[in-house]
Ligand binder design. Sequence first.
Ligand code: NAP
Ligand code: MG
Length: 403
Amino acid sequence: MADRIQMKTPLVEMDGDEMTRIIWKMIKDILITPYVELKTEYYDLGLKHRDETNDQVTIDSANATKKYGVAVKCATITPNADRVKEYSLKQMWKSPNGTIRAILDGTVFRTPIIVKGITPYIPTWTKPITIARHAYGDVYKNTEMRVYAGDIAELKVTQPDGTVKTQLIHEFKSNGIIQGMHNIDRSIASFARSCFNFALDAGKDIWFASKDTISKIYDHRFKDIFNEIFEEEYKEKFELAGINYFYTLIDDAVARVIRSDGGYIWACKNYDGDVMSDMIATAFGSLAMMTSVLVSPEGVYEYEAAHGTVQRHYYKYLSGEKTSTNSVATLFAWTGALRKRGELDGLDDLMEFADKLEKATIETIESGVMTGDLAAISTLENKKTVDTETFLREVNARLEKSV
Ligand code: NAP
Ligand code: MG
């Protein structure tokens, strides 16, 4: 243990719930602390502790992330009525991810982990496609109404000096519906900067798409903000890095994505990102192989898995059964955070360790040792299904040889 890798700045560690909380500890015990003298500032975002602190712990953890720059987060329960009963909660606390995202003003980037034996439904996709979804406004903060024959719907804006601007939406000859939605320049600009920073970081091209030919003011504003920020702040950096930014129509983007071999970042408006991220995740095979990182416009990073707390497996675990829950996305949240910490602190050995741990994980799966969810879709011939802990020990056996 004497020559474990040293860290400078602590990682913000956000512990979570259910099966992923069990996996969290296993990953640290089996694969990290034997090699790294782990420095973390620990926040327990488990539902019980969120309730005890009136959710202050979630806010504190987000503020710590702003302070230190890198966090790793375990999946957490977003309470619903059932959870309020199950945990005798004081109230139905908000989604921790929503709270953290609001404080960091970040964008979420989701990228699949590709392994041999698990073929995407689009077989030409040999490289991962990262989806970036704008997480504010549009239809997610809308106002809508049913309207009736004879109604006249107008868009009305009252300016600070009292001047009123109105525009006709529609004169209804028969019953119908209307919807009002908005976005904010500042939020779109944060989204654009997060996207460009992430592209530079990953060394990958980035595409942004909307429907500005139809939505000549609303969607066009997105396009303009992306272009202005790119031209003023990022163009030269992109040239130096040898990567590209381009804007295209959402329909053209969809066609290009399907024809592509992957390897780029696809930035989407809120609704497009909601829909397209499910398509990308499904097409690549498994939610348990999707990594997720929240990036703020100032360059603060929070790494996590894209899946939830795997409740069904947790109840099996509680009844004493060994589960075959996939730990890969949670493990890659740790390696992502350690690598980023190493990069920011100039610790090459920490970055190398993260690379080796990821490599050992992929080698394990490609050698045929995997959890049940992957065994069900893998085309490898000599595959063997193992439980969660055995998988991590198999990874360690390979890691030990490389460090
Ligand atoms: P989930 O935890 O993602 O699991 C849904 C199903 O997907 C599981 O039952 C399992 O299928 C499969 N699955 C997901 N991850 C897996 C893994 N790592 N290994 C193997 N199989 C995996 O979603 P949920 O059950 O709808 O949600 C449970 C809790 O998670 C909820 O309280 C929700 O609020 C929370 N949640 C948190 C986050 C987050 O913190 N980022 C995200 C989403 C949901 P089988 O049962 O068929 O094996
Ligand atoms: Mg969705």
